[in-house]
Design a protein around this ligand. Structure first.
Ligand SMILES: NC(=O)c1ccc[n+]([C@@H]2O[C@H](COP(=O)([O-])OP(=O)(O)OC[C@H]3O[C@@H](n4cnc5c(N)ncnc54)[C@H](OP(=O)(O)O)[C@@H]3O)[C@@H](O)[C@H]2O)c1
Length: 272
């Protein structure tokens, strides 16, 4: 007899990595609760494929998190895997970001992710097991020019996840970190919030111009989906999963090179 399908809830499933991950788990026969801010507005491939569980979840809205978890547990009675994928980037010189942009960046990428974990953990503990998969970034290990805010949120997710794994291991709850390099999604268009202070953007015009030349390209989000799936089903206590040739390369160089040399090299590559 086949074991009953497992259940996964994925935040930010409307596009990119979240969407591909939802499709990937669905194709593998899982119950997929695809959570997104506007399931009614954004028609996606998930709608076309007829996924039955597209639910509203804004990570900055506590009540929507509660409702999405309640929906999942009422319908499937278990949450085996939680994928915290929702996120976006404030981009530009730090000085060009308004206080609201700084706040919103952390509200979504850090406090939102923490709130989803905070509300899911009592269920995972009671059912005596589960896996939390947090989508961080190569930029959660290394800082890149003009990504100071985004990178600091992903560094926070890294620290949070690394520390959290210890207190959860006694409840058979695993924590995983996904660290993609540049991935070809809507991210660099739709999910980039440019620092809005025009005067600061003028002062930093030269570095903004040099950095712009380096944008574009990236691996398929399907690659990240496959990696997230692997992190969900793999046994053992591995925490970090690096995805993409660029992320692997940067990670190796970061480990091997003396700090000053690494920074000089990164500057050369990212600022033409
Ligand atoms: N693309 C890359 O190169 C790359 C590399 C490393 C890590 N990542 C990370 O991968 C994750 C997914 O990004 P992506 O590349 O797939 O970009 P994407 O296609 O732009 O997807 C971003 C997703 O996050 C959702 N989101 C944003 N704010 C939210 C909120 N407050 N509540 C719920 N959902 C929210 C968006 O929902 P809406 O449709 O409602 O806007 C969208 O579904 C992000 O955490 C990102 O930091 C991306």
């Amino acid at each position: 007899m086949n074991p009953s399908p497992k259940t996964v809830l994925i935040t930010g499933s409307s596009s990119g990595i979240g969407l591909e991950t939802a499709l990937y788990f669905y194709e593998k026969g899982w119950h997929v609760v695809a959570a997104m801010r506007s399931p009614e507005k954004r028609r996606t491939r998930l709608h076309e494929k007829g996924l039955p569980d597209l639910v509203h979840l804004d990570v900055t809205d506590t009540e929507s998190i509660r409702a999405a978890l309640e929906y999942t547990l009422d319908k499937y009675h278990r949450l085996d895997v939680l994928v915290n994928n929702a996120g976006y980037a404030v981009y530009g010189p730090f000085e060009s970001a308004s206080a609201q942009q700084v706040q919103r960046q952390f509200d979504t990428n850090v406090f939102g992710l923490m709130e989803v974990c905070r509300q899911a953990l009592p269920y995972l503990r009671r059912q005596q097991g589960g896996t939390i998969i947090n989508v961080a970034s190569m930029g959660g290990r290394v800082g890149f020019p003009l990504y100071s805010l985004y990178n600091s949120t992903k560094w926070a997710v890294e620290g949070f996840s690394e520390a959290l794994q210890y207190e959860l291991s006694g409840f058979n709850i695993k924590v995983r970190l996904i660290e993609p390099g540049v991935i070809s999604t809507d991210f660099y268009e739709r999910s980039i919030d440019q620092g809005e202070n025009a005067e600061a953007n003028r002062v930093y015009a030269e570095i903004i111009q040099r950095a712009r030349k380096q944008m574009g390209g990236g691996a398929s989000p399907r690659l990240v989906a496959a990696c997230i799936y692997r992190a969900a089903v793999e046994r053992g206590d591995r925490l970090r999963y690096i995805v993409g040739g660029d992320a692997l390369q940067v990670s190796w160089l970061r480990r091997l090179l003396p700090e000053g040399l690494f920074y000089r090299l990164l500057k050369k590559v990212t600022l033409a």
